[in-house]
Design a protein around this ligand. Sequence first.
Ligand code: NAD
Length: 544
Amino acid sequence: MSRHSRRHPVEILHDPHRNKGTAFTEAERDALGLRGLLPPRVFTMTEQQVRVMGNFRQKTTDLEKYIFMTALLDRNETLFYRTVIDHIEEMLPIIYTPTVGEACLKYGPIFRRPRGLYVSAQDRGRVRDVLRNWPERKVAVIVVTDGERILGLGDLGAQGMGIPIGKLSLYTACGGIDPIRCLPVMLDVGTNNEQLLRDPLYIGLLRKRLRGVEYDDLVEEFMSATREVFPGALIQLEDFATENALQLLSRYRERACLFNDDIQGTAAVTLAGLLSAGRPAGRQLRDQTIVFFGAGAAATGIAHLITASIAREGTSLEEARRRCWFVDTKGLVVRAREDLQPHKRPYAHDHPFIPDLRGVVEALRPTALIGVSGQSQAFTEAVLRTMGVHHRRPIVFALSNPTSKSECSAEQAYRWTEGRALFASGSPFEAVRFGDDVFVPGQANNAYVFPGIGLGVIAAGARRVTEEMFQAAATALAGVTTEASVTRGTLFPPLRDIRNVSQAIAVEVARVAYRDGLASIPEPPDLVTHIQGSMYEPDYPSYA
Ligand code: NAD
């Protein structure tokens, strides 16, 4: 018998789903034939975590921490998730933004082991076969990107794979989706990033991006192959460039169980932040005047959800849209402009054109300023002081990622409004001392929303992901943010509560699915218990 034809006991040590490392018990070592293949002392998972965290904290850069955690995930998935869940506030900025952005920039040089599925332009006509190569059949969530707009970093081609991997690890850590049911996909259609095309370590196809019909055909083939190979799976579109993001969402949202996190997840988390921020000033959503700095996918998604929410309360959609204003690279988006892309048109109001943000803030006196431009330091002292002149509690969200792209820092937002700003950011900022006060800025992290959406969709077997589900998610998220937290300037619940947050969101999302006839799984008598019980817990199984 050849050495490859029979499974050797050692294989369990090399299978990250089943490996327990030094935590295999005496009985398991005997039963599995592992005696001698491990050092004699048996450790508990808690003891293993001490070792992991010791090593983790010794790493001197965040990228090294990322590499270390990725290696742990490749060795022992259960220990990885237990550690991430138990140290979520420390881990999130490493396994996701901002460090994952740096990891994607350097994905070629730091590449160790393949993870996820690569569907490339060369696979046209055989995408089904590629999907069938994936070893698991029970896939429930697919996160797919084509790598064209990775965070605020632009076209990173196949190196964007770090994003679906990172997002899915949050589905598991924050939303309790079993990792075996998660599939990260890179749709490698090439890259127009010349630097990467010249990089000898670049991992993707060495070609310019597919465009037009060829691109659409590949996506269509991927979508239909997915339906066939992984029927019912939720598909999350991630970090596509604006035009494709908007087009793909409108093409597939009615045909598949699909959403775009950059557009809809961002919208829900931002709406939740606005709902919470409205509380200290006693301001309803319909009473806000919101200026978006940046008019891309995120701005469009947020504005759309806000207006839909206002309209649900009885205001006309036209009137609701007047609460939202866009500023793009040219200036204020107004009706007279003839250079506007279709997605900006609904927010082009009758108003004289104003070329600069400060002028816009002076003229419109917005109650809320939302930065989604990827332009670092765009919220200048003059802009923020003007916000503070007109409102007692101005709302300032600097959502651009990573930290280096943030429109302003937390410290600047508080300093230039004398500590009155209700601030949230896309990437995390440390607490800020201002006079006698300490403000803990909240992070408008999509991680508050998408894992809960996924959990709810899976629990109900929802056939579509609808606008109402995102509204329900935003309301649920604002609902679990306490009054005391908002008073401290923290517009989101602590990340350590994220599994409870996801659960609360999932319950509301599943309720919408049942209410609107979108569920394919019979409604359980107790939805809360059902969802709670369905959440993956990283505990070692017993093999003895
Ligand atoms: P996008 O490329 O679709 O949109 C960016 C927009 O900013 C475009 O409309 C562009 O014209 C505009 N812009 C660029 N430079 C500008 C300037 N100098 N003045 C005015 N407008 C300018 O990208 P997106 O998906 O909308 O994301 C935008 C940013 O938001 C990114 O940095 C991303 O990281 C961040 N984001 C944050 C969150 C979050 O915090 N939860 C979620 C999604 C996106």
